[in-house]
Design a protein around this ligand. Structure first.
Ligand code: BJW
Ligand code: ZN
Length: 264
């Protein structure tokens, strides 16, 4: 741990000052130190449960109760968590960029996380949606929802094995049309919204420094972003507890520690 290659000095003094368009691409590792489990690491969600049974449109069609139990569990968990030092380092860095005079740089955060722990970032793209947004499966109405619990019948089911099998009438329903709600997240085999993809494209096309933070780089389309930036001549800096991408700069260690040092 704390084995810096490339080194905080290098990225701090040279690259952070000379790069014009800096983008952070974040994954579950960013929130790990807040106590939110990652997907594929130790204690990760997918270790205990089959992703295909919980985060696909087919799973929701077949067993909406199971999927809602999973998302209810994660909403309740995240409501007890706070942003950590890595989230704060990104907020502080954005403030620095925004308050510079003249404004010579841009900074954007693209997160795959659905936990909302980056909500203090102004230029934030939540590419996989949010645990705290719902979408009606009937009328398409989208809205924020921080209710705890999101449906009365889900209360106290957090420790279930997602096998409670509630009837549809007891699951979260639309206040407009009474249709069944779903979490407004992007499941496997679903396409990202076009306007989100376009925003991401704007950021990546001009990006000359990509900070890849706490993501395994296994899930597309995010998995392709580093090579996209790199192919256009941008530099890649990876922050992770283990080796993932081939990068120009590698900061191996918990991002709560290494990110703050690098962005100072
Ligand atoms: C730390 C740390 C600390 C820990 N400090 N670091 C080939 C090409 C293109 C697409 C595909 C393809 N093959 C298959 C696909 C489809 C699929 C895909 O990519 N599958 C792969 C598994 C191969 N992709 C999709 O389906 C996407 N849609 C799509 O492609 O549409 C077109 C299409 C249509 C029809 C059919 C097929 C394709 C959508 C993907 C949506 C992903 N959704 C999820 C769930 C979202 C909602 C929810 O959260 O419930 O998003 S899956 C899950 O993975 C979640 C995450 O955002 C995402 C990424 O995970 P992440 O963040 O990287 O987490 P981990 O756990 O994997 O990694 C954590 C990292 O942190 C590790 O590296 C640790 O070391 C590190 N770490 N502690 C620093 N303290
Ligand atoms: Zn509706």
């Amino acid at each position: 741990q704390g084995q810096y290659q490339g080194g905080p000095q290098l990225i701090d003094v040279t690259l952070l000052k000379t790069s014009k368009h800096i983008v952070a691409l974040c994954g579950a590792g960013l929130s790990a130190e807040s106590g939110v489990p990652t997907f594929r690491g130790e204690g990760g969600f997918w270790r205990t449960f089959q992703a295909t049974e919980l985060a696909t449109p087919k799973a929701f069609e077949k067993n909406p109760s199971r999927v809602w139990e999973f998302y209810h569990y994660r909403r309740e968990l995240v409501l007890t968590k706070k942003p950590n030092r890595a989230h704060k380092a990104l907020v502080d860095f954005e403030k620095k960029v925004l308050s510079a005079d003249p404004k010579t740089q841009t900074f954007a955060v693209i997160t795959q996380n659905v936990d909302g722990l980056s909500s203090n970032i102004k230029n934030l793209i939540e590419m996989h949606g949010s645990l705290f947004k719902t979408r009606c499966t009937k009328c398409g109405d989208r809205r924020e929802n921080y209710d705890s619990p999101i449906a009365l019948a889900l209360k106290g089911t957090e420790n279930s094995q997602f096998d409670i099998n509630l009837p549809i009438e007891k699951l979260p329903s639309c206040s407009k049309c009474k249709g069944l709600l779903r979490p407004d997240v992007v499941w496997f085999e679903e396409c990202l919204d076009n306007d989100i993809l376009m925003k991401i494209n704007v950021e990546l096309e001009r990006c000359d420094l990509l900070l890849v933070i706490g993501t395994s780089g296994l899930v597309y389309p995010a998995a392709a972003y580093a090579s996209f930036v790199s192919a256009r001549g941008g530099k890649i800096a990876v922050f992770n507890i283990e080796k993932t991408y081939d990068a120009d700069f590698e900061f191996i260690g918990p991002c709560g520690e290494v990110l703050g040092n690098a962005l100072m």
